[in-house]
Design a protein around this ligand. Structure first.
Ligand SMILES: NC(=O)c1ccc[n+]([C@@H]2O[C@H](COP(=O)([O-])OP(=O)(O)OC[C@H]3O[C@@H](n4cnc5c(N)ncnc54)[C@H](OP(=O)(O)O)[C@@H]3O)[C@@H](O)[C@H]2O)c1
Length: 396
């Protein structure tokens, strides 16, 4: 068994962060928590500090940091508190850290995840937006630093498990025909435009199989999540969009598959519980207990498959087209989507309009080459402004 390892959990107060701490707590002999970071959930972060006793805790605002310092001191804990956006990068790249769970949601997760990749960590990548925005730069950083990149998204984790260990250099090189990316279809699978027009944030966040944060839940409902995952898979596995087939599988028991030239199709199955890919990433190449119930195939009884409905859920097509266009197009798609989803969650935009806003921004924005991080961040900023303008126009 390997020696004790230090772990930083970026976004520890979220759905993935909490599940990561649950798995870590099952293995105190293997893992110690170095740092926990959050945006503003200070009560949750305090409770996590009391339980997991990290060396450092990070919050974004100085005021929240002051509050946390006071509460920790009162509880007799000597956890150091840092504040500000930069502090997430610092704890992701600290020299004593072995493993970084990158579980901040959205574009805010890019720089800390990149800092972990640049400093050669074992990076457990849950934040798909980092690869969507800057796939080429991110993969380059991993290669140059010798970091170990392990996908945590259940679909990519499944593919990773079904692929040969050496899979870089193009799928055909390794006898692979296609990646079969499974999708649950979300809570509105089979719904028509009239029903979709009246969808509320509460309905969109009630995923039939997975318990997730609000942003990814809405992305699952629009199928943008599958589009972001398609882009993520292209970068992780050197695939083209044409080599990835999205398969709707409503039971979410098969987490994805790899089809080989000889006709074999390898699949990874399990209960829909993120603790499985998290435990896999923490211990790879070993296997550890994740606290997950064993899969009961007799209870599952049947596995269904169908094609995605790209007519009523255009976000998947938009993402595929953005990946094909290349350059900053995926970063533009991601930024427009984040702004539109936030507006929908705040009840300032209809569900169907999320795809319309993303399409309008992609039409209007200039797509450039990704030659530096600044180009990506500029594209992100500009796309956010455009998306906000379109949303404001709609609300007039
Ligand atoms: N949930 C899943 O099952 C799942 C599956 C696959 C992939 N993922 C991916 O994993 C990532 C996290 O998803 P989630 O569902 O865990 O999200 P979540 O529940 O919304 O949690 C997000 C975390 O990020 C933190 N955060 C938000 N904005 C931040 C900012 N500006 N600066 C620093 N920290 C910030 C949040 O802190 P506060 O609590 O303080 O706001 C929270 O800790 C996403 O990229 C998602 O696509 C999730």
């Amino acid at each position: 068994m390997s020696s004790q390892q230090w772990v930083t959990v970026l976004g520890s107060t979220g759905s993935i962060g909490t599940s990561t701490l649950d798995v870590i707590a099952l293995h105190p002999e293997r893992y110690s928590v170095y740092a926990l970071t959050a945006h503003r959930s200070r009560d949750v972060l305090l409770a996590q500090c009391l339980r997991h006793r990290p060396q450092i805790a990070v919050l974004n605002s100085a005021e929240d940091g002051q509050w946390l310092r006071h509460e920790l001191a009162s509880a007799g804990l000597n956890t150091w508190v840092e504040t500000g956006v930069e502090a997430h990068n610092t704890v992701a790249s600290a020299s004593c850290v072995d493993i970084v769970m990158a579980a901040i949601v959205g574009a805010a997760g890019l720089l800390p995840a990149l800092a972990a990749a640049q400093s050669g960590k074992r990076v457990l990548l849950a934040n798909k937006e980092a690869l969507v925005m800057s796939g080429a730069l991110f993969m380059q950083a991993v290669e140059q630093s010798g970091a170990t990149l392990l996908p945590i998204d259940s679909e990519h984790n499944a593919m990773f498990q079904c692929l040969p260990l050496q899979h870089r250099g193009g799928l055909a090189e390794h006898g692979i025909e296609q990646l079969l990316l499974t999708a649950s279809g979300g809570p509105f699978r089979g719904w028509g435009p009239d029903a979709l027009a009246n969808v509320t944030p509460a309905q969109a966040c009630a995923h039939p199989n997975w318990s997730m944060g609000r942003k990814i839940s809405v992305d699952s409902a629009t199928l943008m999540n599958k589009g972001l995952e398609l882009i993520e898979a292209c970068w992780l596995f050197d695939a083209t969009p044409q080599q990835i087939c999205v398969v709707v599988h409503p039971q979410s028991v098969i987490h994805s598959m790899v089809a080989y030239h000889d006709g074999s199709v390898l699949a990874q199955l399990g209960n829909p519980d993120m603790r499985t890919p998290i435990a896999y990433g923490l211990a790879w190449p070993e296997r550890i207990d994740a606290g997950v119930k064993p899969l009961d195939l007799f209870q599952v009884a049947r596995l269904d498959f169908e094609s995605p409905d790209e007519q009523h859920f255009p976000c998947l097509r938009l993402a595929r087209e953005a990946m094909q266009a290349g350059g900053t197009a995926p970063a533009i798609l991601n930024a427009a989507n984040e702004v539109a989803v936030q507006a929908f969650l705040e009840e300032g935009l209809g569900f169907i309009s999320i795809g319309d806003i993303v399409a309008s921004v992609l039409d209007q924005a200039t797509i450039g080459n990704v030659d530096s991080l600044e180009t990506v961040l500029d594209a992100d900023r500009h796309a956010r402004q455009l998306a906000q303008q379109y949303i404001t126009q709609r609300c007039r």
